[in-house]
Write a protein that binds this ligand. Sequence first.
Ligand code: DLZ
Length: 207
Amino acid sequence: MAEKKKNLSEYDVTSVPDATAMSFLILVSEWNHEITFALRDGAVQTLKKHGALDDNITIKYVPGSFELPTAAKIAAKNIIVDAIICLGCVIQGETRHFEFINSAVAHGITNVSIDMELPVIFGVLTPDTMEQAKDRAGGKHGNKGDEAAISAIKMVDLNDDLCAENDLWWADMDEDFYDDDDDEFYDDDDDDLPFDDDRNDDYPKLN
Ligand code: DLZ
């Protein structure tokens, strides 16, 4: 059952896979940068805590949260990375576009993730006030950047798992298709046919 989270930085450390071999792109919105830079720092610290190497963490900036999905799509198409973490902050009291920006960003990120079959993580704060934002960017409610980093690591691990399942499935199929006995079946040479030449006798006659 879903539980209400008390702190964005609280999680079961033992449930987090090792991120040593994983690569991440962090996209950071410059709008409300006092908040988003704190999210970025939390995300980097958490990735490194779980083994991610400096060389495997790339950070790029976009003007505002609205640009996060476009940047994620461009990145997903052009660079090799295991997950993209999108960080932003849209404060309700400060923009009449609040609903519009939030919904565009949420849909945009979801679409990129599904289209590109790549974990693209929604690390965008959508608080009512700047104070609430601070509480969630390293304040009393933890850091949304930490949460985004953990989600990214878990999704990369899940992706690897599911792709490995797929590889196993194909390996099994290959064995069936290319089994030595089966090969004979596709051989044109009649002498090699794995059944009797009078096999038609076994079938009921139509007339
Ligand atoms: C324009 C705008 C406004 C009013 N508010 C925010 C905000 O609270 N958080 C944020 O990340 N970006 C905001 N922006 C900028 C838009 O995201 C976008 O960068 C511009 O509309 C240009 O496309």
